[in-house]
Ligand binder design. Sequence first.
Ligand code: UTP
Length: 412
Amino acid sequence: MSPIDFDFLKKLYSRFADSPKDNSETDKEKIQPLPFTMADEDQRREMWEETGNLLLKQGAVAAFTLAGGQGSRLGFEGPKGAFDFGLPSHATLFRLQARRLMNLGAKAGKPIPWAIMTSPLNREATVQHFEEHSYFGYNRDYIRFFDQGMLCALKPDGTPLQDENGDYVEAPDGNGGCFRALAASGTLAWFVEKGVRFLFLCNVDNALVKMADPIFIGALATSGLPCAAKVVHKKSADEKVGIFASRNGKPCVLEYSDISDALRTTTNADGSLQFDGGNTGMYLFRMDALRKISTQELPWHAARKTVNGVANCWKFEQFLLDAFPFLGKIFLFGVEREDEFAPIKNATGNDSPEVARKWLGKLHRFWLEKAKVRIKPEMLYEISPRLTYAGENLSQEVFDRELGRGIFEFPA
Ligand code: UTP
């Protein structure tokens, strides 16, 4: 554990205790929508895919999973990536990510370097999950784990919180700490050594994540822009999802509470929402853009929470989303929710394991229907990423051979 910087904590505390407002919108800020188009409807799609595949063949692409969070809403004891959300194969989130990357790596003839950020609280359990599953067959030289930073929580009066043994109580410093930790851990240098030029970055919890999607990579590579994000249409004006927008001419993500009711509900002439680009937690960065961010001090956010039984403690975090204004421009890549976005956040209800399982089952059933495979319409399907990345290479023959091995059916 690194030594605690008490001076820094004191500064953070006085910044927030003296002025409780953190980074929220002020009257002077100019907020505007950032329009986007759906990638499926874009004529450049094929060209993007070819470019992306070429870059994968060159070994110019790596993946990076943010897995340092505590997953408190889900309430699962272990690291979220090790969560079995009830698929017939019992694939965990990490296994799905690994196998999707392996599918692409096999096609490219080169493994894709993959970094996983943990926190000191879940590092051991995460590595143990990989060990127990022989790293899912991933080439060990191409996986790297590293820890994000931790910050001591403060008591309501601003003094450091200690537990019953007198040890300081620390918590992860937020997913925005990933840029500093990437550089400090040597992972950025590891990528550069391997010839990586584009980094796909994602949350650990999206069951449908298209890891290192070649079309997405090609889109950014040919755009000349520093970074890209996948976005979905909002379900409704009231959906509580962060949205990409422009603030004072720079890209940003507005949280639900950052935007007024009036702006949130503004529509275009065709009735669609103006503020519509829902954040999915799937991003792509050029390496030089990443280097740039890793030298910036992102803003800090304060939250008042019960920590170790002490109410109203101070916890400080940085958010990855605050990196976007530093980069000046972003490519927004519109995708269909049902194809790519099923985050597991809560134990029940919205964004739950049950919903993710159903969405994956429906998507894979759709792939089989498209391949004209005879299936039972009332069943859902799970297809191993060993067989297909996004629905390609499926046929009646593959289905007959793999049912019960790499393809499973389960009730809707
Ligand atoms: P979330 O904001 O969904 O947080 O993180 P969480 O920890 O998974 O879940 P809750 O809020 O406690 O229920 C989005 C992504 O950022 C990562 C998470 O692991 C997830 O992939 N993250 C979050 C970190 O890597 N470090 C952090 O300090 C916080």
